[in-house]
Design a protein around this ligand. Structure first.
Ligand code: NAD
Ligand code: DAU
Length: 336
C-alpha cells in the first residue's frame, strides 16, 4: 500500500510514520509536511532515508502538488495529521487555523476525489464535542459543539470530510482522539512544557484552578488505533479513541515533579485560558468492539517513559526550545 501521511514531521504524525516503517514492510509513505514551527525533521531521525519513506516539504493547501504526489507514487490512501494544533495559539491568531485545518483539508479532499483514491482518514479531536461537566463521556453520537477557534476549524474539516462521502461517495474515516502525550511532543503543550520548565527550575504555569480534566492517551496507542482504522474500518465510519486515563492538570504536574525530584513550590497558578473546556473524557467502546483496539499503556507507565525520554533527549529538547520558542513563551506567559 502507498500512502500520503500529512504532518508526518509533527508529534503524532512522526510517531505514526516511525511505527508504520518499523512494523509494516509493504507500506510506502510519502510524508508531506510544511515544516511549520511544530514540524521538525529531527522527529524522524534514523527514518528519513528509509527505503519505504519519501519526505516532501510542502503545503496541504497546494492542490497541484498533492495531485502530482498521488500520481507519481500511485497513492492508495491519505492520512491527514497536518494541522495547526495548539488551542492557545488559535485564541491569538485564528486565521492560519482556517487556512490549514479547513482549506488544507478541503484541498486534500478534492485531490482524493479527483484521483479516486481508496481511503481518506481524517485525524480529528475530541475537542469538536466541546466540554463535559463532572459526569459522562463523549460518544460518536455526542453533538459537535466546538468552543475554540482550533476546535471549530477541526469540526469544520470533519463536516467537509463527511460531506464528500455523502455527496460523492469518497471513502473516508474520521478519528477523534483525546490528549496525546509521549516522545517528540513540542513543548507548547502542557506535559512537555511542564517537563522542560521543571528541568530548568522555571515556574510551572497552571491555568486557573488546575482542576481541568483531560483523558490522556499514549501516542503509540493512538497510532496503533489509526493503523487499525486505515486497514480494517468500513468506509464512512467515525471512531473515538481515548486512553481511559482521566487526570486533573494538577495531578499530572505533581507526577512530573515527583519523577524529577522537584518541589511543588514551582507550581504557579496563572490567568486562565479564555473559554477553557473543563473536562474531556472519551468513550472508546465502538473502536474496541468493532476493531478490537484497546489502549495498552497506563498513564503511570506512559508518563514515566515520557519524562525519561525528555531526560535522555536533551539535545532534541534544547534545539526545539531555542529561537522562536523563546519569543512564543514570552508573549504567551510573561505577566500572565
Ligand atoms: P503538531 O502541531 O505536533 O504537528 C502538526 C504538523 O503538521 C507539523 O509537522 C506541521 O509542520 C505540519 N503542518 C502544519 N500546517 C501544515 C500545512 N499547511 N501543510 C503541511 N503540513 C503542515 O500536531 P500533533 O499534536 O501531532 O497533531 C496531529 C493531528 O492530531 C492534528 O490534526 C491534531 O488536530 C490532531 N490531534 C492532536 C491531539 C494531541 O493531543 N496532540 C489530540 C487530538 C487530535
Ligand atoms: O483533546 C485533544 C486536544 O488536546 C488536541 O485536539 C489538541 O491538538 C491538543 O493541543 C490538546 O488540547 P489541550 O488544550 O487539551 O492541550 P494542552 O496541552 O494545551 O493543555 C492541556 C491542559 O493543560 C488544558 O487544560 C490547559 C492546561 N494548560 C496548558 C498549558 C500549555 C495549563 O494549565 N498550562 C499550560 O501552560
Amino acid at each position: 500500500m502507498n500512502i500520503i501521511v500529512t504532518g508526518g514531521a509533527g508529534f503524532i504524525g512522526s510517531n505514526f510514520v516511525r511505527m508504520v516503517l518499523d512494523e509494516s514492510k509493504d507500506t510506502f509513505i510519502v510524508n508531506l509536511d510544511k515544516l511549520t514551527y511544530a514540524g521538525n525533521l529531527g522527529n524522524l531521525d534514523g527514518y528519513i532515508d528509509n527505503k519505504n519513506h519519501k519526505f516532501i516539504k510542502g503545503d496541504i493547501c497546494d492542490g497541484p502538488l498533492v495531485e502530482k504526489l498521488i500520481d507519481d507514487y500511485k497513492i492508495n490512501a491519505i492520512i491527514n495529521f497536518a494541522a495547526e494544533s495548539h488551542v492557545d495559539r488559535s485564541l491569538v491568531e485564528p486565521g492560519v487555523f482556517i487556512d490549514t485545518n479547513v482549506t488544507g483539508t478541503l484541498t486534500l479532499l478534492k485531490a482524493a476525489l479527483e484521483k479516486d483514491i481508496d481511503r481518506f482518514v481524517q485525524i480529528s479531536t475530541d475537542e469538536v464535542y466541546g466540554s463535559l461537566g463532572e459526569k459522562g463521556m463523549f460518544t460518536e453520537e455526542t453533538p459537535v459543539s466546538p468552543n475554540s477557534p482550533y476546535s471549530a476549524s477541526k469540526a469544520a474539516a470533519d463536516h467537509l470530510v463527511r460531506s464528500f462521502g455523502h455527496s460523492w461517495g469518497l471513502k473516508y474515516n474520521i478519528t477523534r482522539c483525546s490528549n496525546n502525550y509521549g516522545q517528540y511532543q513540542f513543548p507548547e503543550k502542557m506535559i512537555p512544557l511542564m517537563i522542560n520548565n521543571a528541568l530548568n527550575d522555571k515556574d510551572l504555569p497552571i491555568y486557573g484552578d488546575g482542576l481541568y480534566v483531560r483523558d490522556w492517551l499514549y501516542v503509540y496507542d493512538h497510532c496503533a488505533a489509526v493503523w487499525k482504522v486505515l486497514t480494517e474500518a468500513k468506509p464512512g465510519t467515525t471512531y473515538n479513541i481515548g486512553g481511559n486515563n482521566e487526570k486533573t492538570n494538577l495531578e499530572v504536574v505533581n507526577l512530573i515533579l515527583d519523577r524529577l525530584g522537584k518541589d511543588n513550590s514551582l507550581i504557579k497558578h496563572v490567568k486562565d485560558r479564555p473559554g477553557h473546556d473543563r473536562r474531556y473524557a472519551i468513550d472508546s467502546s465502538k473502536i474496541m468492539a468493532e476493531l478490537g483496539w484497546k489502549p495498552t499503556v497506563t498513564f503511570e507507565e506512559g508518563i514515566v517513559s515520557t519524562i525519561d525520554w525528555y531526560l535522555n533527549n536533551k539535545k532534541w529538547l534544547d534545539t526545539v526550545v531555542s529561537g522562536e520558542y523563546q519569543k512564543y513563551y514570552k508573549s504567551m506567559y510573561s505577566g500572565r
